[in-house]
Design a protein. Structure first.
Length: 93
């Protein structure tokens, strides 16, 4: 995803954190890829999931998705589970 779009979503209007936000974007992509086997940004759920992860990590300045807030953890787990189930079903088809 583009840095400018991410910054709009997380409401950052300065450039000092660009490198950090870019790193968080890469982390979110790898997290989704490791959890589901792929990170397909053409799926709006994947884009939203990445934004939830990026936002949570940025706002909490945490280096672990597992330390995300309760609502964010629920969202992350449930979206990952849905994407994993879809991947298994498509492999079986």
């Amino acid at each position: 995803m583009e840095l400018g779009f991410i910054k709009k979503v997380i409401k950052v209007d300065f450039d000092e954190d660009d490198e950090y936000i870019t790193l968080l974007s890469e982390v979110a992509e790898k997290y989704i890829e490791a959890a589901t086997g792929k990170c397909d940004y053409s799926d709006p759920r994947v884009r939203l999931l990445a934004l939830v992860i990026i936002t949570e990590l940025y706002e909490k300045r945490s280096y672990s998705v597992e330390k995300a807030g309760e609502k964010a953890q629920y969202t992350i787990r449930s979206m990952i589970s849905q994407l994993q189930a879809e991947e298994v079903m498509s492999d079986d088809a």
